[in-house]
Design a protein around this ligand. Structure first.
Ligand code: CP
Ligand code: NVA
Length: 311
C-alpha cells in the first residue's frame, strides 16, 4: 500500500483497506516500540505542529512519534505565528511548505486544514477541527481491535453531543469499517444530514448500519460505548444549556447495565467526570481508556510514517 505524499484531513478520503493498513502498521510500530526498536523513517524530516487549540495527547503523540522515527518536530502555537491573522492561511501554508516536510494542524475550521494541504504542497495531518478528529478514530479502532480481535460486526454506541467532531468522525470510520454505529443524543444534537447521507453510503458498502436516536433503549447490545465532553473546545459558554440537555445521557451504572453485555467504554479524553461519565464507571474502564490514549501515539506514528516516511 502506498500512501506517500497523501494528507490525512478526514477519514472520508481513505478507503477501508487504507484504514486497515494504517491500523496494521500502527500495531507493528507498537510491537516494535515495546521491544525497544524505533525506526529512522523520518530522519532529516522537519514537521510543523500548529495548535490553535490546546492539546495534551495529540501534541505529545506527534512529538514523540516524530522523534522516535528520527524526525524533528516544531511546535507552533497560534500566538507564535501569523496564521490567519496578519497573514492569510494560503500564504502561511506556502511558507511552511518551503521549510517543513509535513504539517499537523489543530484548530477551529476544517477549511483551514484543507487550505494548508492545498497550498503547502506537503502532507498535512488533521489533529482536530470543529468538524473532525480523524487520528483519534484510528487510536479508537486499534484499541477495539486489541479488545475484540476485529472491527466488523461490532456495535458501537456514541452517547452525548452527537454532532461534535468525535461523533462525526466515528460515523465515517464505523460506516467504512463495518461497525454498526448508533448515536444516542437529544434531537438538538444530531449530526448534519448531509454527512449522515454520505455515511449511509459507506455503511451500505461495508454491510453495517447507522442509527441516530434519542431513545436510551438503543444502547442495548452495545459492544463499545463511547462518550466525550458535553462542550467541545470553543463551546465553553454553552455549558449550562448542554448539562440540561445531556444529563439523561450520562454514562453511569444504570445506563451501562442497559447494554445487557460485557461492553467496554472508550473516551477520547480529556474527561469531565460527573458530566458525561461518572468517576466510578470511568475508573472501571481506566485500563482500556488509557490504552486508547497511548494508541494515539502509535497510530499517529503510522500516519506520518506511511505518508512521509522512507519505508
Ligand atoms: N483526545 C485528544 O485529542 O486529546 P488532546 O486534546 O489532549 O490532544
Ligand atoms: N470533542 C472534543 C474532543 C477533544 C479531544 C473537543 O473538540 O474538545
Amino acid at each position: 500500500m502506498n500512501l506517500k505524499g497523501r494528507s490525512f484531513l478526514t477519514l472520508k478520503d481513505y478507503t477501508p483497506a487504507e484504514i486497515e493498513y494504517l491500523l496494521d502498521l500502527a500495531a507493528d510500530l507498537k510491537r516494535k516500540k515495546k521491544r525497544g526498536i524505533c525506526g529512522n523513517s523520518l530522519k532529516g524530516k522537519n514537521i510543523a505542529l500548529i495548535f490553535e487549540k490546546p492539546s495534551t495527547r495529540t501534541r505529545c503523540a506527534f512529538t514523540v512519534a516524530c522523534i522516535d522515527e528520527g524526525g524533528h518536530p516544531e511546535y507552533l502555537s497560534k500566538d507564535d505565528i501569523q496564521l490567519g491573522h496578519k497573514e492569510s492561511v494560503e500564504d502561511t501554508a506556502r511558507v511552511l511548505g518551503r521549510m517543513f516536510d509535513g504539517i499537523e494542524f489543530r484548530g477551529f475550521k476544517q477549511e483551514t486544514v484543507e487550505k494548508l494541504a492545498k497550498y503547502s504542497g506537503v502532507p498535512v495531518w488533521n489533529g482536530l477541527t470543529d468538524s473532525y478528529h480523524p487520528t483519534q478514530i484510528l487510536a479508537d479502532f486499534l484499541t477495539i481491535r486489541e479488545q475484540f480481535g476485529k472491527l466488523k460486526g461490532l456495535k458501537l454506541v456514541f452517547v452525548g453531543d452527537g454532532r461534535n467532531n468525535i461523533a462525526n468522525s466515528l460515523m465515517i470510520g464505523c460506516s467504512k469499517m463495518g461497525i454498526d454505529y448508533t448515536i444516542l443524543a437529544p434531537t438538538a444534537l444530531w449530526p448534519d444530514k448531509e454527512l449522515q447521507k454520505q455515511c449511509q453510503e459507506y455503511a451500505k458498502a461495508s454491510g453495517s448500519s447507522i442509527s441516530i436516536t434519542d431513545s436510551i433503549d438503543a444502547i442495548s447490545g452495545a459492544d463499545v460505548l463511547y462518550t466525550d465532553v458535553w462542550c467541545s473546545m470553543g463551546e465553553e459558554d454553552l455549558a449550562a444549556e448542554r448539562i440540561k440537555l445531556l444529563r439523561p445521557y450520562q454514562v453511569n451504572e444504570s445506563l451501562l447495565a442497559r447494554t445487557g453485555k460485557d461492553s467496554i467504554l472508550l473516551h477520547c479524553l480529556p474527561a469531565v467526570k460527573g458530566n458525561e461519565v461518572t468517576e466510578e464507571v470511568f475508573e472501571r474502564f481506566a485500563d482500556v481508556i488509557f490504552d486508547e490514549a497511548e494508541n494515539r501515539m502509535h497510530t499517529i506514528k503510522a500516519v506520518m510514517v506511511a505518508t512521509l516516511g522512507d519505508i
